[in-house]
Design a protein around this ligand. Structure first.
Ligand SMILES: [Zn+2]
Length: 347
């Protein structure tokens, strides 16, 4: 796990995450099996395709309402919903900010970035089969290209947050303020047109996540003035690093056990994430984790301060990547412009 956890953040930072991944291939043809067919076996064996594919191959043919009705009694479900008031803005997520939402021990908020994309459907299937609600931070051009998936997410009760229109490779930190604001506004409009058929003057869901977590003080101030909250993450799945679904599952469970709670970042553009999601949700249930759903509302956010000595992990990664890029440029090894940006750790 250690080598995966390090995940070559520097290198990965500059990958492209805004577009639909070419790795999204058709899944193997598996025979559907009942979801509860799992028998006691070691964890990784149990993750497992008989279980995972049972859920994903049986459910897609059912309409959302039928899936909801079919929700099993022992489903993971949503333990509580935070209806957050974003007036004046707030920023949460310990990877980037010295505060986060005040979750109880073993409470988890699931977030997915960069979609919609082909694997999104499988992720929605997995969430529906466990009656779990999540937040999707959409890339506007993907929402415009696949509005049916966005409408499905809305119909199934998920929260639609925003993640710029094109996920610029340079990140918003390297755009002019004007260009960055235009990216955000265009993204919000595209997301909300896809989700609701129209975009108003004020975002219906005033939740935003910066691509690559590359924020700026000026943009934070502007978003806050527009009553838009910024979501970072408390932990991430590193699913920008290719790995098997089994390894992906083990990695994120390991991190969750260590942190005990938090806002978790996944990418619904990633097949490895979609493939492990049914088993991941089952494991959360088995281990006593609880799902918290966030949506817009009137509750002042309850916040938990970072422990003493906190520093921003994402700022360090972004700074390192930019420095490496500058160094490579001086040595004549830089890739053609535009400069690529921290597509992640995060996003
Ligand atoms: Zn992203």
């Amino acid at each position: 796990m250690t080598k995966m956890r390090s995940a070559n953040h520097g290198e990965r930072l500059f990958g492209r995450f805004g577009a639909v991944s070419p790795i999204d291939k058709a899944e193997p043809n598996q025979e559907a099996q009942p979801r509860r067919a799992a028998v006691p076996r070691p964890l990784l064996a149990r993750l497992v395709w008989p279980v995972a594919f049972g859920a994903t191959t049986l459910l897609p043919s059912l309409p959302a309402a039928a899936r909801a009705l079919a929700c099993p009694a022992d489903a993971l479900g949503v333990s509580r919903t935070l209806e957050l008031d974003a007036r004046g803005g707030f920023q949460v997520g310990l990877k980037s900010y010295p505060q986060t939402l005040a979750l109880e021990d073993r409470e988890v908020i699931l977030t997915f970035d960069d979609g919609p994309a082909p694997p999104t459907a499988k992720i929605l299937d997995a969430l529906a089969s466990e009656c779990v609600k999540a937040t999707f931070f959409l890339v506007g051009r993907n929402a415009a290209a696949m509005p049916a998936l966005v409408r499905r997410a809305v119909a199934e009760g998920h929260t639609i947050g925003h993640h710029t229109f094109s996920h610029p490779g340079a990140t918003l930190r390297r755009l002019s303020d004007q260009a960055a604001r235009a990216e955000i506004e265009k993204g919000v409009a595209a997301d909300e047109i896809a989700a609701y058929g129209a975009a108003g003057a004020v975002p219906r869901t005033p939740f935003f996540r910066f691509p690559g977590f590359a924020d700026t003080p000026a943009l934070i101030e502007w978003l806050s003035a527009r009553n838009i909250a910024v979501f970072g993450a408390d932990l991430w799945a590193s699913d920008w690093t290719p790995m098997t679904p089994e390894a992906q599952l083990a990695l994120v469970l390991d991190r969750l056990e260590k942190d005990g709670r938090g806002i978790v970042l996944f990418h619904d553009t990633k097949q490895q994430t979609a493939l492990m999601m049914p088993a991941f949700l089952r494991e959360l249930k088995r281990r006593g984790f609880k799902i918290v759903h966030v949506k817009p509302g009137a509750e002042p956010p309850a916040l938990r301060a970072a422990p003493p000595g906190w520093t921003s992990e994402t700022d360090k990664i972004i700074t390192d990547v930019f420095a490496k890029e500058t160094h490579a440029g001086r040595k004549g090894k830089a890739k053609a412009s535009p400069p690529k940006v921290p597509a992640e750790p995060a996003n």
